[in-house]
Ligand binder design. Structure first.
Ligand SMILES: Cc1cc2nc3c(=O)[nH]c(=O)nc-3n(C[C@H](O)[C@H](O)[C@H](O)COP(=O)(O)O)c2cc1C
Length: 149
């Protein structure tokens, strides 16, 4: 069975909630799923995964969460060819219009350097996921799963 790993950082719970929705949706598609907090993830965490997902909020005017800094620095050096990736961001476009979900954009760019296949476009969510966002996440999961070889 294919293995999906979701690495996430969450300070106030919004991204954690998003990661839980993703877990549920991926399991419903028949995948094994592991959800790992960024602070517990080494850069080689995706080595045994078929589907690699990062979910992150953005901090301090476009910055990565502190817990993701080391992981992010090393990600582009990993060889993830043959795997599929997808990124989901949570942010606040009203308070931070110029940096909305910027950390998620950074991850999306870096994953492209790993040789992995982009399974779906980046999903940006306004704070916590509502029903509409859950439907967008379902589309994201459907596409990511379908992109596997
Ligand atoms: C100090 C601070 C800075 C933030 N900076 C940004 C930002 O630059 N861009 C953005 O989209 N959201 C920004 N946010 C909003 C958070 O990313 C957003 O509330 C997110 O849902 C938090 O996720 P979490 O509940 O998983 O911690 C900031 C929030 C705080 C408290």
């Amino acid at each position: 069975m294919a293995l999906a790993k979701i690495v996430y950082a969450s300070m106030t719970g919004n991204t954690e909630g998003i990661s839980e929705i993703l877990e549920e949706q991926l399991k419903a598609k028949g995948l094994d799923v592991e959800r790992i907090e960024a602070e517990d993830a080494d850069s080689d965490i995706f080595e045994d995964a078929d589907v690699c997902i990062v979910a992150t909020y953005t901090y301090d005017d476009g910055e990565l969460p502190f817990d993701f800094e080391d992981f992010y620095e090393d990600l582009a050096d990993e060889d993830l060819s043959g795997k599929v990736y997808g990124v989901v961001g949570s942010g606040d476009s009203e308070l931070y219009p110029d940096y909305f979900c910027h950390a998620a954009e950074l991850f999306d760019e870096d994953f492209a350097k790993t040789g992995a296949t982009k399974g779906s476009e980046l999903v940006k969510i306004e704070n916590d996921a509502d029903d509409e966002d859950t439907a967008r996440l379902q589309k994201f999961v459907d596409e990511v799963v379908a992109a596997q070889g």
